[in-house]
Design a protein around this ligand. Structure first.
Ligand code: IVH
Length: 703
């Protein structure tokens, strides 16, 4: 019985079991207290359980559970909502922008299903509501849970909030509903309510919402459900996830059922028999858009027959049987107030246009990226100009053109700084082997440039490198500013460095607490062993990114063997070691130069030594050489269906294949998914082996 053992005497295994027991005890206690108004523990007993839980977490931070009671206050999460799993993933939609794209969509479906032009293909059209999607689970007709989309697999449990939305039935009407069904649709706020809300916010001196979608999302995700209720959110039902039994044969029929069960469905839903009629519906909605009373950002087309939807299936995150025909990018004009320079991880200077804030399609825009100085010259951008900007979907706004290029007294042409604005070192455009100038200008300050250090640190802890939970860009900036983390090894000495700097313990910093301190330190400890490829990628050496790092790890297996080779190649040019590096398929002179250049710098070697005394590099595993693809170079292109891109690459690599990013005569196999373009063409020209994803899976399974 672990519950009798003092916290200090618990072994790690006992602590783990005890945390599992406590989470259940506390959940039951919460439910009886908050839900049933019938507490079965005294307050003192309840507090003792919570304290014991916290004490164990403090002693074993790494064991802290995702559903830890310390993160929960009463019935709800203190710093967020409970996570809930979707029974079927919530998919996203592929986009169409032109009539051509829509016709292609129709043609693709016919081709996939193998139906000729003479056979009827019914498609539906409906507005694409600009809100946030929500999945509602009904059991025996009663609403039992509501979950936001989240990452598509798992979202946030907002059941109590959803219950305050009048248009979401608590109990389905009529009949014919499956015993269990996930109903999906869009939560939104209508234009009038949005304007009134922003008016109230402004009156109260609070921040207003940039657009109705943000207001709806913010309204739904409220720990205080009375706020959700006051937002007057609405809901259109348009899709479903998991169902315990089939209930319809067409999309049209399903929507009619939804309506009969008490949902609001969109009145502009239509069924069509010709692809061109979709375009008429799009045209009509374009004209009605402004007077609908709620925001829409396009029109969704779906295959009507559900058996066909089933056969069409999905490609990565998109169903093949539906597409969103988006309205064109929204444009606006504003003034270019300044051009600032941002310095990236490898020292690239990127101009950022600072704009007089302007609303574009409901979003206030005050910055736009401009790729490089050639782009500034091409647009002839000058500070003070009126510029036209455009924004499509969630992409970063772009400057399209200068509106008044003939204006008198324009500022002089913009000159890119010749020195890094962050550290003052010269910023240069490199010349490649062909004598061509790189479009990017780079700071030559290396690790004496604070901007580069920060960006490098961010990269070091990023998802494809060390991937430390709770240590992202914001934390890195904070630690850097305080002088606590200025080199990667400092991350592993965090507490000592904080103490050494004379700062209070992390738990007393703004925005941190005992829990988040324990969590962060635990996550850092858990990353003291790093796989070779992730470590190398994390170093952020130019031209040695994720794929190259994986390739090198697979080739050398051991970090020390690899690093010794690099050092030898760095110390003497044209050695056997350099030749060996160059002989690796997929490694070129640029990457080798970059590696040896990195190794030649004393400060990099010191940093590596310091890092290696803090962490341990996990050697890569020997690929199973017996496989049919061992040693072959494979390129994946287009959208994959059953495997994610990362998964496909990882699996190929595990079988000993080399995964390359581009097609060349050295490529052995090209796996082409839907929408494959130039790489597929090149493979055809070179006469390479081309496989579909299914063929590839079968091929690797066979051998
Ligand atoms: S159908 C599997 N219909 O658009 C298909 N989605 O870009 C499920 N959306 O995540 C989606 N209006 O949040 C569908 N009438 C509509 C929609 C709609 C808005 C949203 C939805 C989805 C996103 C995809």
């Amino acid at each position: 019985m672990t519950e009798k053992i003092a916290v200090d005497d618990l072994t790690e295994a006992q602590a783990k079991a005890e945390l599992a027991r406590l989470v259940v005890e506390l959940k039951l206690a919460d439910a009886s207290y908050y839900r049933d108004d019938d507490p079965h523990l005294t307050d003192a007993e309840y507090d003792a359980l919570r304290q014991r839980n916290s004490a164990i977490e403090t002693r074993f931070p790494a064991l802290k559970r995702k559903d830890s009671p310390s993160d929960r206050v009463g019935g709800s999460l203190a710093d967020g909502f409970k996570k809930a799993q979707h029974l079927k993933p919530m998919l996203s939609l592929d986009n169409a922008f032109t009539s051509e794209d829509v016709r292609d969509f129709g043609d693709r479906i016919r081709r996939f299903l193998g139906i000729g032009a003479e056979q009827e293909l019914a498609l539906t059209s409906e507005p694409k509501i600009d809100g946030l999607s929500l999945s509602l689970t009904y059991r025996n007709g009663a609403l039992v849970s509501a979950t936001t989309r989240g990452d598509g697999q798992q979202g946030e449990d907002v059941t109590e909030n959803a219950r305050t939305i009048g248009e979401i039935p608590q109990q389905l009407s009529g009949d014919g509903w499956p015993d269990e069904i996930e109903i999906r649709g869009e939560v939104y706020i209508d234009t009038q309510d949005f304007l009134a809300l922003n008016h109230r916010e402004a009156e109260a001196g609070r921040k207003t919402f940039a657009n109705p979608r943000n207001a709806a999302a913010g309204g739904l995700r409220q720990l205080d459900v009375s706020i959700t209720k006051s937002r007057r959110l609405k809901f259109f039902a348009y899709a479903w996830g998991d169902v315990s039994s089939d209930f319809a044969t067409t999309q049209t029929e399903a929507i009619a059922f939804f309506k009969a069960w008490g949902f609001k469905t969109n009145p502009y839903f239509q069924r069509h028999l010709r692809t061109d009629d979709l375009l008429l519906a799009y045209q009509a909605l374009t004209e009605q858009r402004a007077s609908l009373g709620y925001d829409i950002d396009g029109v969704v087309y779906k295959v009507d027959r559900l058996d066909w939807q089933q056969r069409l299936g999905q490609v990565s995150r998109f169903p093949r049987w539906a597409i969103a025909h988006k309205f064109p990018a929204e444009k606006a004009q504003t003034r270019l107030e300044a051009i600032d320079i941002q310095v990236g991880r490898t020292g690239t200077l990127t101009p950022v246009a600072r704009l007089l804030p302007v609303s574009v399609g409901g979003v206030v825009v005050s910055n736009a990226t401009v790729h490089n100085e050639d782009e500034i010259a091409r647009l002839d951008l000058r500070v003070g100009d009126s510029v036209e900007i455009q924004r499509a979907g969630d992409v970063i706004p772009q400057i399209v053109r200068v509106v008044d290029p003939e204006r008198e007294n324009r500022s002089p042409s913009y000159q890119m700084p010749k020195n890094c604005p962050e550290c003052g070192a010269p910023a240069e455009r490199e010349i490649d082997e062909k004598g061509e100038e790189d479009v990017r200008r780079r700071c030559t300050g290396g690790l004496s440039c604070p901007a580069q250090i920060i960006e490098k640190l961010k990269h070091f802890v990023s998802r494809k490198a060390l991937d430390i939970d709770g240590l992202g860009g914001r934390q890195i900036e904070l630690f850097f500013d305080k002088g606590v983390v200025t080199a990667p090894q400092h991350i592993f000495q965090l507490s000592q460095r904080i103490a050494g700097t004379g700062l209070p313990a992390l738990s007393r910093w703004d925005g941190f607490g005992a829990t988040s301190e324990a969590k962060l330190l635990g996550a850092i400890e858990a990353h003291r062993a790093v796989p070779f490829a992730r470590f190398l990628n994390g170093l952020g050496i130019r031209h040695v990114g994720e794929t190259t790092s994986q390739l090198l790890a697979r080739t050398f297996l051991s970090w020390s063997a690899f690093w010794e080779t690099v050092i030898a190649a760095a110390e003497h040019a044209e050695t056997e070691q350099e030749a060996y590096l160059l002989s690796i398929d997929g490694i070129g002179q640029t990457a080798v130069n970059s590696l040896t250049g990195f190794a030649r710098q004393a400060h990099n070697r010191e940093m590596l030594d310091a890092l290696l005394s803090e962490l341990q590099i996990i050697d890569a595993e020997a690929p199973s050489m017996g496989s049919v693809v061992a040693g072959k170079t494979v390129v994946f292109t287009g959208a994959l269906e059953t495997l994610t891109r990362d998964e496909a690459k990882a699996r190929a690599a595990a079988l000993g294949a080399k995964v390359a990013g581009s097609v060349s005569s050295k490529t052995d196999i090209v796996v082409a998914g839907a929408g494959a373009g130039s790489k597929l063409k090149k493979a055809e020209q070179l006469g390479l082996t081309i496989m579909t994803e299914a063929e590839w899976i079968e091929y690797i399974a066979a051998g």
